[in-house]
Design a protein around this ligand. Structure first.
Ligand code: HEM
Length: 412
């Protein structure tokens, strides 16, 4: 491929909606140009980091490779839209945009909500919810679009329960999240009028009202905690608070939905693995990890070099951007035995789908719990699962996976 096309393909959201095209491109990059200076026509340049060990090493050195200011890939046009509307390169300031010491202080605010002690109290409710969603499959008869009817809604319900958003507002949360992550997808941005900040503005307006309500009547939810959050004895700013809600609301469901749908598709495409899972449900936890590796719903995050340095023979300048390509790292031949095989008993499975280091996904235990609970119900109650149409992937280079997965089945 000519050089310019490779650079454009790395940035192009369509590459990510075609897993075989993506893997072909990144397999070549890993072997021939693992840290590649990339100059796509529509974006500011960056280094594409495609190997597992390199992504890991960069994530470990959070002083040398900071999160601010460039956290993800946007086109120059999108960056300009954000700048015009906010006066800054970022529309929000979340944990993902922060470095130490702020990052640690803000992460501590909500950390306990995602740790085992708190999660254990959710277990029963999750099992009930998983069962209700399989009831929903039963109510649909013998076919459904698993991505649209089940996987998109179940993790949404879970995170909105934790946040304290009432069920009647979930459709709005789903629409805004899809607009945020899938703005490049024609099904999501139908009129082409959504810009890089439309969804953020929608969220901020909603969360402003939620804050007012929770200040008047606090409950046992994250919204109440955030509405009254303080750091060093001072209330956090409205902008930081809305950004925090925004992070929890968006990070908490599309990622998990995409993992669920992608895991189910992988099981349908590997009937021997599905049969094995049915005969030995103790493999559910490792199957969930393998599904998350397989899908890797967060395709990249960026880091910025804070000094001139040499990394794996490449000279990074202070301020250079690095794109950490998690999906590629999770298919790295030097990190996994037979990385293109889907194996529900893969151990060890040191995938990078949740990142690594100080920014390691805060919700990873919750996400795995949710997926395990639903998979357990499906394996126990749904038989004769088959693909019933063409799966479709969201057009996005950031967070996403299947947007449509038609299946047929028979309830046991
Ligand atoms: C399978 C599902 C999920 C995947 C694959 C995933 C992936 C990721 C990744 C790759 C990061 C960045 C890590 C880094 O920079 O090293 C991240 C951060 C984060 N995730 Fe998740 N995530 C998932 C589910 C969730 C859930 C359910 C929540 C619940 C709220 C959540 C909340 C967060 C938060 C708050 C951060 C920022 C952490 C920080 O910067 O300190 N995620 N996630």
């Amino acid at each position: 491929m000519p050089v310019a096309n490779v650079d454009d393909a790395i940035a192009d959201p369509h590459t990510y909606a075609d897993p075989s095209a993506y893997h072909q491109l990144f397999r070549t990059l890993r072997s021939e140009d693992p840290i590649r200076w990339t100059e796509p026509s529509a974006c500011r340049p960056f280094w594409t980091v495609s190997k597992h060990a390199d992504i890991l090493d960069i994530e470990k050195q959070s002083d040398l490779f900071a999160n601010a200011p460039r956290t993800l890939l946007r086109t120059r046009e999108q960056e300009e839209q954000v700048r015009k509307l906010t006066g800054s390169v970022q529309a929000v300031r979340t944990l993902v945009h922060m470095d130490e010491p702020d990052h640690r202080l803000y992460r501590q605010l909500t950390q306990a909500w995602f740790m085992p002690a708190k999660l254990r109290s959710l277990e029963e409710g999750l099992a009930r919810l998983a069962s209700e969603f399989v009831d929903r499959m039963a109510a649909k008869g013998s076919e459904c679009d698993f991505a649209r009817d089940i996987a998109m809604w179940y993790p949404l319900r879970v995170i909105m329960m934790i946040l304290g958003v009432p069920p009647e507002d979930e459709a709005l949360m789903l629409r805004l999240t899809q607009e945020h992550f899938g703005g490049a997808d024609p099904d999501v941005n139908k009129d082409g009028k959504k810009d890089a900040t439309s969804a953020v503005r929608g969220f901020f307006e909603y969360f402003k009202n939620l804050t007012d309500e929770r200040r008047k009547a606090p409950g046992d939810d994250l919204a109440s905690l955030l509405a009254n959050a303080e750091i060093d004895g001072k209330p956090i700013s409205d902008f930081d608070r809305s950004s925090y809600y925004f992070l929890i609301a968006t990070a908490g469901h599309d990622t998990t939905s995409s993992s669920l749908s992608g895991l189910l598709l992988a099981l349908l495409e590997h009937p021997d693995q599905l049969a094995r899972l049915r005969s030995d449900p103790s493999l559910i936890p490792s199957a969930v990890d393998e599904g998350i590796r397989w899908v890797t719903p967060v395709k990249h995050f960026f880091r910025t070099s804070t000094a001139d340095c040499t990394f794996r023979g490449q000279k990074f300048k202070n301020g250079d951007s690095l794109m950490l390509c998690y999906w590629s790292g999770n298919r790295d031949e030097d990190a996994f035995v037979d990385p293109f095989s889907f194996r529900i008993d893969r151990t060890p499975n040191r995938h990078l789908a949740f990142g690594y280091g100080i920014h390691l996904c805060l919700g990873q235990m919750l996400a795995k719990m949710e997926i395990r609970a639903l998979l357990k119900e499906i394996v126990a109650r749904v038989g004769q699962l088959e693909l019933n149409g063409k799966p479709e992937w969201l057009v996005t280079n950031f967070v996403g996976g299947l947007k449509s997965l038609p299946i047929s089945y028979r309830m046991n």
